[in-house]
Design a protein around this ligand. Sequence first.
Ligand SMILES: CC(C)(COP(=O)(O)OP(=O)(O)OC[C@H]1O[C@@H](n2cnc3c(N)ncnc32)[C@H](O)[C@@H]1OP(=O)(O)O)[C@@H](O)C(=O)NCCC(=O)NCCS
Length: 166
Amino acid sequence: MSGNGPQTESRAQGLTAENFDLVRLTAHDLPGVMRLEKASYPQPWTVDNFLGEFNRRVTLPMGLKRGGELAAHCFFWVIAPEIHLLNLAVEPQYRRLGLAGRLMTAMMTVGQRAGVTSYYLEARPSNTPAIALYESRGFKVTGRRPAYYEDGEDACLMTLELPKRN
Ligand SMILES: CC(C)(COP(=O)(O)OP(=O)(O)OC[C@H]1O[C@@H](n2cnc3c(N)ncnc32)[C@H](O)[C@@H]1OP(=O)(O)O)[C@@H](O)C(=O)NCCC(=O)NCCS
């Protein structure tokens, strides 16, 4: 049987990405970030990894919250004319509601304002949901980074190039 999972329940409640508040995350959000991270990755980032990003001048940490609870996070570097997406995760019960898409739209709005024309990220070739998400946003697989992950899996390099504005 299918259709009884937590994602289905969220959809049955009529939830959409617009029901979540877009926020800039700070180190105060670390407990929620770690909970979400552990629910999302076989090899989650550590507290120190996140603290490093909260302290890095070029990192923009964004999240979506509902009732004060973190439901999705993303961390990216803005180094115009480039943005590097480092981490994107959505709470399992809120997947397929468009939360990742909304965070990507927010990232690209930041990019547009900063004159960014090049977006890139790494994804596991086995991560078909993530690759489908990025392809739906116009990203293309443009390279491979051998043994990029700690378990030895290669990464797909995915990029999105926009026309330069004069
Ligand atoms: C990948 C991930 C971030 C997607 O988050 P999400 O909020 O469920 O994604 P969205 O609802 O915004 O999906 C947007 C589009 O991406 C694609 N997509 C997302 N999940 C998909 C899945 N499981 N299978 C196929 N396509 C998928 C679809 O095209 C989808 O549009 P649709 O729902 O209208 O068909 C989420 O599955 C996740 O947190 N995974 C674990 C962490 C991870 O792998 N992060 C990415 C690391 S590179």
